[in-house]
Design a protein around this ligand. Structure first.
Ligand SMILES: NC(=O)C1=CN([C@@H]2O[C@H](COP(=O)(O)OP(=O)(O)OC[C@H]3O[C@@H](n4cnc5c(N)ncnc54)[C@H](OP(=O)(O)O)[C@@H]3O)[C@@H](O)[C@H]2O)C=CC1
Ligand SMILES: O=C([O-])C1=[NH+]CCC1
Length: 318
């Protein structure tokens, strides 16, 4: 069959999972984060603001996330939904699909289920932010026990050797289940029964929930802690309390998206200081004693480069 008539490759989440590894993914995501922040005449990354469409009468949103990376010669678009009530049905909250295109012809090369892609690339971005902004690695605290909580434990423990890992969830059973799952794999995780216990003296904290009121407070955490704020829906920022926002140096993945999706921070007189890519490049510096927040929104280019990496790995193995 000629390549102009060949059907696109279809990869399920199971297939994708077999083709992803932190050692290869984290550097690819690091390069994407850095490239987004580079000012060059011809853009190396194209990612228009994503559309976020609330689904009427349902507690859910549909996002469209197209992107292009020149360095990776990769063009893709992710469609992703977020339906927080799915947990009550025993289902995942986030469902995604990525279309990867041939950059010369625009023909679809591959269609990939993107639940694993979203879980891995988000955690990889937090791992990169943590690499540049953490000051210690004794204690890791995870707030939330869902898909992102799991992938963040995997990515962060791949990168850093923590002495203690703690998990808290608003529903204790979720935390216990996650800890038991890691226990099976030989990883010890303590379940905490309050969020303040979980984050006491922590060096790195991840918030990955749908909380609509703060689950992390300034008064509970030490100076110098690094926080990856990953969750809490679209168009609002609610996992951290006002005092914490006001005390922290906040970085994000992409400023154009932050100006839209984090615009509510202006109401509490908080500004995002810049992109994590600027820290990677060394054009911005943060004093060691500062509390740092990586406000992760999720970028199309992360999905683009991850899908390309998966496609290349697939071709190599088949
Ligand atoms: N920045 C990015 O790139 C991305 C961000 N996200 C965001 O990350 C967050 C987690 O996503 P994901 O792990 O896939 O979702 P999951 O449904 O797998 O996990 C959600 C977690 O939040 C908890 N939770 C739900 N409601 C509340 C609440 N009101 N207060 C406190 N905790 C709550 C759940 O507990 P329980 O199930 O026990 O109720 C569960 O631990 C979401 O906000 C999502 O939008 C997701 C993908 C990418
Ligand atoms: O970037 C992403 O894929 C998402 N961010 C929030 C929900 C899904």
């Amino acid at each position: 069959m000629s390549s102009s008539t060949a059907s696109p490759l279809y990869l399920t989440d199971e297939d994708v999972k077999k083709l992803l590894q932190w050692d290869t993914l984290i550097p690819v995501i690091e390069r994407a984060l850095k490239t987004v922040s580079q000012t060059v005449e011809t853009p190396l990354v194209v990612q228009p603001p994503r559309t976020i469409m609330p689904v009427p009468d349902k507690n859910g949103v549909l996002l469209t996330m197209p992107g292009f990376s020149k360095n990776d010669d990769a063009l893709a678009c992710k469609l992703v939904t977020s339906f927080p009530d799915n947990a009550q049905k025993g289902m995942a909250s986030i469902f995604g699909t990525v279309l990867l295109f041939d950059t010369n012809t625009g023909k679809v090369q591959a269609i990939m289920e993107a639940n694993e892609i979203t879980a891995w690339r988000t955690a990889a971005a937090s791992a990169v932010a943590t690499k540049y902004l953490h000051k210690g690695s004794d204690i890791l605290a995870i707030l939330g026990s869902g898909v992102q909580a799991r992938s963040h434990i995997n990515a962060l423990t791949h990168l850093l050797k923590f002495k203690e890992i703690r998990v808290w969830n608003h529903n204790q059973q979720g935390a216990e289940k996650l800890a038991a799952e890691f226990h099976e794999l030989g990883k010890c995780i303590s379940v905490c029964y309050s969020a303040d216990d979980a984050v006491k003296n922590a060096d790195v904290i991840v918030t990955a929930t749908y909380a609509s009121s703060p689950i992390l407070k300034r008064k509970w955490i030490k100076n110098g802690v690094h926080i990856n704020a990953v969750g809490a829906g679209i168009n609002h920022h609610s996992e951290l309390d006002k005092e914490l926002y006001q005390a922290a140096s906040i970085y994000t993945d992409t400023m154009p998206a932050a100006q839209i999706e984090l615009k509510g921070l202006a109401d509490i007189e908080v500004s995002v200081l810049g992109e994590i890519g600027e820290i990677i490049q060394g054009t911005k510096h943060v004093p060691r004693e500062n509390i740092t927040v990586f406000h992760s929104l999720g970028m199309a280019v992360e999905d683009v480069v991850t899908a390309k990496l998966i496609y290349e790995q697939y071709k190599m193995k088949n």
